[in-house]
Write a protein that binds this ligand. Structure first.
Ligand SMILES: C[S@@+](CC[C@H](N)C(=O)[O-])C[C@H]1O[C@@H](n2cnc3c(N)ncnc32)[C@H](O)[C@@H]1O
Length: 417
């Protein structure tokens, strides 16, 4: 396992210094009585699993902090970890996501004064998360960008001209070389301004508007292949226009910092490796896990992130990203991950395990998670369904939801015994 940013480990793993034990909150009572958005919770038992259905957070709610505005395939909204962090932890508690993606959970934890911890098999996740836990000022970013020798370019694959004007590609090459020197991927505590610039650049590589370095492409979390980009160019009858790399990075920096920087928070711990094996984390040291794994083989994280990994110098083909075709294999993977969460959680600590709908609602992943947790040292509290559209006629959420056209998150709630 390649590890990053472990300088905080003595603190992170030290149970004695953790300010509060796991909190014993009556979460099912809270969900049952929840009516913040005018609806009463529908409580149903389906195949002996208690389901709690309501609009627990909503699109109309206050926007999440601007620091979250980084795109990533299959990320969850910040309101999801926020809900559980508020309910189940106190400032100073450690909140962890073993499949952190863009880092929604650790970023939200830090914004709420909790200790942010995260892991992902792809080192890209650390590059997206770490800089936002310690953002520089716009002036610092501008100053460093002006110090780069933009003529210092290296070899670039010609095929990238499908995405970039030659002048833009030359600038990206100079930027890539500068970042590799200032903030090598293997460095656990790189220069924070170069780290930030890399994170912003990764987010501007390709997209559908002039706010991106590429010509018109797909949304940034779904980088297309060179072949499909050539087809897009041909269909639109265009070739990529030149872009102002510095201006784009500064503009996105301003957007990310629009709500202010990151408040003081306990030191972070970010790891790279498989979710079922996180030996950097001490036993019984985590108050809350909020996470969402890959859903079977639905999302192709490697293909979606190839351009980002190219820019960062990560060999995405060498990463063993979880892809499970069968339900049995997926359930076994989840069991291994839950076993590791049982080790690292404090007694009374919680897991909020989010899954989505797959195979047109025919496979109910929350039931596989429920089964996977059966023999593990957890109390299985229920499945919470955050329903954007609430309808009482959908009387059996476990079955009918896939057909009702509603947009839901399903979250399996577990409490460590
Ligand atoms: C659904 S995404 C998580 C998104 C995250 N909740 C967010 O808001 O950005 C699943 C993540 O799991 C990662 N992943 C896949 N297999 C993994 C494994 N075996 N161990 C750890 N992470 C893995 C992928 O790289 C991807 O980032």
């Amino acid at each position: 396992m390649l590890s990053a940013d472990l300088s905080d480990l003595p603190l992170f793993g030290d149970r004695a210094e953790d300010p509060s034990p796991g909190r014993h909150v009556d979460i099912t009572g809270h969900l049952t009585n929840f009516a913040n958005f005018g609806q009463r919770t529908l409580v149903e038992r389906t195949e002996s699993i208690p389901y709690f259905v309501n609009e627990f957070w909503t699109a109309g709610q206050r926007q999440s902090h601007s620091l979250h505005e980084v795109s990533y395939r299959a990320c969850f909204k910040a309101q999801l970890p926020e809900f559980f962090i508020r309910l189940l932890t106190q400032p100073g508690d450690t909140v962890f996501d073993p499949f952190m993606g863009r880092g929604t959970t650790p970023i939200q934890a830090a914004l709420m004064g909790r200790r942010p911890a995260g892991n992902d098999i792809n080192p890209l996740s650390t590059l997206l998360t770490r800089p936002r836990l310690n953002p520089p000022s716009v002036a610092q970013v501008a100053e460093r960008l002006s110090s780069i020798d933009w003529e210092d370019t290296g070899e670039q694959p010609d095929e990238l001209l499908a995405f970039y004007h030659p002048a833009t590609l030359a600038r990206l090459s100079a930027l890539q070389g500068w970042i590799a020197r200032e903030a090598p991927v293997a460095d656990a505590s790189p220069d924070p301004v170069a780290d930030w610039i890399r994170m912003v650049a990764i987010n501007r590589l390709s997209g559908h508007s002039p706010g991106f370095f590429s010509g018109r492409s797909m949304p940034p979390n779904q980088a297309v292949s060179v072949k499909s980009q050539l087809r897009i160019n041909e269909k639109l009858g265009v070739s990529p226009p030149p872009r102002d790399v510095i201006a784009i990075i500064l503009k996105k920096t301003r957007t990310l910092l629009a709500d202010g920087g990151m408040p003081e928070h306990p030191p972070h711990a970010l790891m790279v490796g498989t979710a079922d094996h996180t030996p950097e984390i001490a036993d019984a040291s985590i108050a809350l896990v909020v996470t969402s794994p890959p859903f079977l083989d639905i999302v192709h994280y490697a293909a979606d992130n190839w351009l980002r990994c190219w820019f960062a110098g990560i060999d995405v083909g060498a990463i063993d990203i979880a892809m499970h075709r069968t339900e049995a294999a997926w359930e076994a993977m989840v069991k291994g991950v839950l076993l590791e969460q049982a080790r690292i959680l404090k007694p009374g600590g919680h897991v909020a395990f989010e899954v989505g709908e797959v195979r047109n609602g025919k496979v109910l992943l929350e039931r596989l998670v429920w089964q996977a947790a059966e023999d593990l040292p957890f109390d299985r509290l229920g499945v919470m369904v955050n329903a954007q559209v609430f309808t009482k006629t959908a009387n059996c959420w476990g079955v009918s939801n896939g057909k009702s056209g509603t947009n839901t998150n399903r979250i399996v709630l577990l409490r460590r015994r």
